[in-house]
Design a protein around this ligand. Structure first.
Ligand SMILES: [Mg+2]
Length: 164
């Protein structure tokens, strides 16, 4: 099913070709938090990824975290990263994506959704007509229901491997 396929599949956010986004007039990046930029096994975002996020702003990208996380720690992480966040998002439902786009003043045709889960990040992004980027989860640890969905993800990806 096309709506479950990411446009781009890379190992991690550092592998995303930002110049290609520029060429396609994509200037907005909605970014998942858990296991996309923050490992489920860690308490902090790594320096490498913090630098990448800082670089996004310097390159003129508008960013907002869109996270299904219900804990206040998600907000704290966003503050530390100096990023906007829409938490308790209930992805793949469209509301939080739309809220994030309103907040940053953008629209789906200029936006890429970056995340580690097909049934939340990729499905939600595709349904709104955004470019979608799947990354491999930063950690094998995750919530029990997410681990169940990972099996279905493997089926959906049908052997598709990250570009890099
Ligand atoms: Mg995630």
């Amino acid at each position: 099913m096309k709506v479950l396929q990411p446009d781009i599949y890379v190992s991690d956010v550092l592998g995303i070709d930002l110049d290609a986004f520029k060429r396609e007039s994509i200037d907005t990046l909605l970014i998942d938090l858990d296991n996309t930029i923050l490992s489920r096994d860690a308490t902090e975002v790594t320096g490498e990824i913090r630098d990448w996020i800082r670089g996004l702003e310097q390159s003129g990208f508008i960013t907002c975290i869109v996270s299904n996380n219900w804990h206040s720690s998600a907000i704290v992480h966003a503050e530390k990263l100096q990023m906007d966040i829409v938490a308790k998002a209930i992805k793949p439902l469209p509301f939080a994506f739309r809220q994030a786009l309103v907040r940053v003043g953008s629209k789906p045709s200029r936006t890429a959704m970056i995340g580690d889960q097909i049934f939340t990040d990729i499905l939600g992004g595709n349904l709104l007509g955004m470019k979608t980027v799947l990354v491999k989860p930063l950690s094998a640890s995750d919530l029990p229901h997410t681990l169940l969905l990972r099996r279905l993800e493997r089926f959906v990806l049908a052997g598709r491997e990250p570009l890099d």
